[in-house]
Write a protein that binds this ligand. Structure first.
Ligand SMILES: [Zn+2]
Length: 304
């Protein structure tokens, strides 16, 4: 199976701090081919990419959760640098109302862009999960969130794979490898030494890994739906208090725990942390009772 490597480029909420930059995640999925994307692109994202030792030229797709500046203000500088570095490949920018905002951004200043940039709208109303990318290796999907402005969450999922159970194959006298396994996968059955062998009798499904990013949101049913059985959920946890006034348009840590439990996620990372919380220890104490929950930090790298 492939591997996700996720680097947290920014983990603060609306205002940056000495230790936390604005929201952005650099996601590299490595399988037979490589897929590199950004989830959000807050101010300073390109600097954070440099500081992480990552390569911004490899980014083919940028997924914006919503058009608040702390999630997109890094686009202009990043695109400018890609242009200066003579990028040729197309860059795709997804987001709710992307076709409205991307042309405005690109029209600012006197710079010309010498590579194609495509804006792709993401549905931001309703309960349907929308497929944005779908190929043999992985898919990227999105679903509307609840943040007072058009907002979405994104999921990147590796495709499930049919695997041959070598022990079962051996018991039937099949060779260890060879073209018959491709034929078996393609046709669902083969005739081997005058006996019928069914794919389902000697195979199992290896589930693909899934990572989900909420962007900014109030708790809602859609995030539970898209996060179902995810290997990793990265969720807005701006506040760590149950004061109703405070959690306006965002989620608190205990609400995130509830979402993660309902969705049966394996691992949870809380991000988009308000600048009011300077004491990391205090926050870690509040989440330590939940196994598999971690507090995001800038430059943290996670392998799934
Ligand atoms: Zn935000």
């Amino acid at each position: 199976m492939g591997q996700f490597e996720i680097t947290f480029l920014g983990t603060t909420a609306g205002v940056p701090t000495k230790y936390r930059n604005h929201a952005s995640l650099y996601v590299k999925y490595q399988s037979e081919r490589e897929f590199v994307c950004l989830l959000d692109c807050g101010e300073g994202t390109q600097k954070q990419i440099f500081s992480s030792g990552l390569n911004f030229m490899r980014v083919s797709d940028i997924f914006i959760s919503h058009w608040h500046a702390d999630h997109f203000a890094g686009l202009l500088g990043l695109i400018e640098t890609m242009n200066l570095e003579k990028r040729q490949e197309e860059l795709r920018i997804y987001g709710p109302e992307a076709k409205k905002f991307v042309p405005i951004l690109l029209s600012l200043g006197y710079s010309t862009k010498d590579f194609p940039i495509k804006a792709i709208n993401v549905e931001h109303e309703g309960t349907e999960i929308q497929t944005l990318i779908d190929n043999e290796e992985y898919s990227v999907t999105a679903v509307p969130m609840k943040h007072g402005v058009p907002a979405v969450a994104y999921a990147i999922k590796e495709k499930d794979k049919i695997k041959i159970d070598k022990e079962k194959a051996k018991l039937l006298g099949l060779p260890e490898s060879g073209p018959i396994f491709k034929k078996l996968k393609d046709n669902g059955m083969i005739v081997f030494k005058e006996k019928e062998v069914l794919l389902e009798d000697i195979s199992f499904i290896q589930l693909g890994k899934k990572i989900v990013y909420s962007g900014d949101t109030l708790p809602n049913k859609n995030i539970v739906k898209i996060s179902k059985d995810a290997d990793l959920l990265i969720h807005d946890s701006t506040f760590f208090s149950e004061d109703k006034q405070e959690k306006w348009r965002h989620t608190t840590h205990s609400e995130v725990f509830d979402i993660a439990e309902k969705a049966n996620v394996k691992r949870l990372i809380l991000t988009h942390i308000s600048r009011r919380y300077q004491d990391v220890k205090e926050l870690e104490d509040k989440i330590k009772h939940v196994k598999n929950a971690t507090l995001a930090k800038d430059f943290m790298r996670v392998i799934v």
